[in-house]
Design a binder for this molecule. Structure first.
Ligand SMILES: [Zn+2]
Ligand SMILES: [Zn+2]
Length: 414
């Protein structure tokens, strides 16, 4: 028996889940990524129905299944159950989105005894960069910008251990084998770090002292500085009135500056971790320079390991963290282009950003979410439509709205 599963089934820990369910039920066969889909082979006489029922109950949080096609084909060999090498196949499913670092990874990040202590690229099968690093499908390391970083023995041991939460996590890495940050001055010179401090610690100290910096994240780069530097930032980048996004250490810090409804709070801590437009507190005038003349400001919480490490070293509870781009241009993603922006310090890493992903911006209103920008965490997600033709739709206005449809999936952007 062969099962062909279409939907969001790659890059979110689907194969390890299939493996775990099959093993627990004594099912014999295999699972593999094929094109953008997953194929599961199950030996004759094994209980497919029981297997599927269990699998549906244990799906990983970001999996979504559109279709399961069953073919009555005999499986030869495979007396146990195994994850086998990916292969080419149809490309109809949706690439998984980037999702914020999970609680378990945050716990490890702050655990001094963990070998990923304060490691900014920490992730697991449930969290991390996906769409921003994928060049092609199937979603395997060789098809991502993690290809350049060969796994060390420790990571390989986790990757191959079915009981480990990083079993088959394609972008697994650690301080020994993963990407690294380097701190530069504005003339591309490498900043010498005091007392063997790590570059993020030094960057945080410079920000504390009033510097304007740029930091590379998962899907793009951000301009970073303290609130007090807002007007200097406006002069430097010729943005006289444009609102800046601000990132806060945690929800408690946000509550000092803004009123927070329950639905807004839920959205802010969701795995998509968007920027949410929140009404500023009347008592707080600190944010006036952030979004001059407006009653609200775009606020968000740390979503990558890097952000958590940065706040570990920073003094303030909130900082300006706004897209790094030349006015009217898309967000910068290449290291060499970042130097054009004339920041005083640049904290850059050596992993390529394959797909540019800006931060999503959402406003909550009467229980509904309205997108001002639909991007990280929400794109690409498909809306199912009843026709298979390829159609490009373009909206009018100064901000481009568009959608592309293919094979019954419609992808909307704005
Ligand atoms: Zn995780
Ligand atoms: Zn490693």
């Amino acid at each position: 028996m062969k099962l062909f599963i279409r939907g969001t089934v790659q890059g979110i820990g689907f194969r390890p889940t299939v493996y775990g369910v099959a093993k627990s039920l004594g099912i014999r066969g295999y699972v593999l990524n094929k094109g953008t889909n997953v194929e599961i082979g199950i030996k004759e006489n094994d209980n497919v129905e029981e297997f599927l029922n269990s699998l549906m109950k244990e799906l990983p949080p970001f999996a979504s299944i559109d279709e399961i096609e069953v073919k009555d084909e005999t499986i030869k060999g495979h007396e146990g159950f195994e994850i086998i090498n990916s292969s080419e196949g149809e490309k109809t499913s949706v690439t998984p989105v980037d999702t914020a670092i999970c609680d378990e990874c945050v716990r490890e990040l702050y655990d001094e005894n963990n070998h990923r202590y304060l490691y900014p690229f920490i992730n697991c099968t449930s969290c991390g960069a996906r769409f921003s690093v994928i060049e092609n499908v199937p979603y395997d390391r060789v098809n991502t910008s993690m290809r350049d970083f060969e796994m060390c023995e420790d990571c390989l041991a986790e990757y191959t251990n079915p009981m480990d939460r990083r079993f088959h996590a394609q972008t697994i890495s650690c301080p020994r084998c993963g990407p690294k940050y380097t701190l530069y001055g504005k003339d591309k010179e490498t900043v010498v770090l005091e007392d063997k401090k790590n570059p993020i610690a030094t960057f945080a100290k410079l920000i504390d002292e009033g510097a304007i910096g740029i930091a590379k994240s998962w899907g793009g780069m951000h301009i970073i500085c303290k609130f007090e530097q807002a007007n200097r930032l406006r002069e430097l980048y010729k943005r006289p009135a444009k609102p800046f996004a601000v990132m806060f250490r945690d929800l408690n810090a946000i509550e000092k500056y803004a009123s927070l409804e329950e639905e807004e709070e839920k959205l802010m801590i969701a795995a998509q971790r968007p920027i949410v437009l929140l009404d500023k507190n009347a008592s707080s005038d600190v944010l006036e320079d952030i979004s001059p003349g407006l009653g609200n400001a775009g606020m968000y919480l740390p979503y990558s390991g890097f952000h958590y490490v940065l706040f570990h070293y920073l003094n303030p509870d909130g900082i300006i963290m706004t897209s790094a781009n030349v006015s009217g241009e898309p967000m910068v993603i290449r290291n060499e282009d970042a130097f054009e922006l004339k920041a005083e310090y640049l904290l850059l890493h050596n992993r390529e950003i394959v797909n540019r992903i800006d931060d999503s911006v959402v406003r909550c209103c009467e229980g509904k979410n309205f997108f001002l920008r639909k991007s990280r965490g929400f794109v690409p997600t498909a809306i199912k439509i009843p026709y298979k033709d390829r159609v490009l739709s373009l909206g009018a206005g100064e901000n481009v709205s568009l959608s592309i449809s293919k094979d019954g999936n419609l992808f909307a952007f704005r």
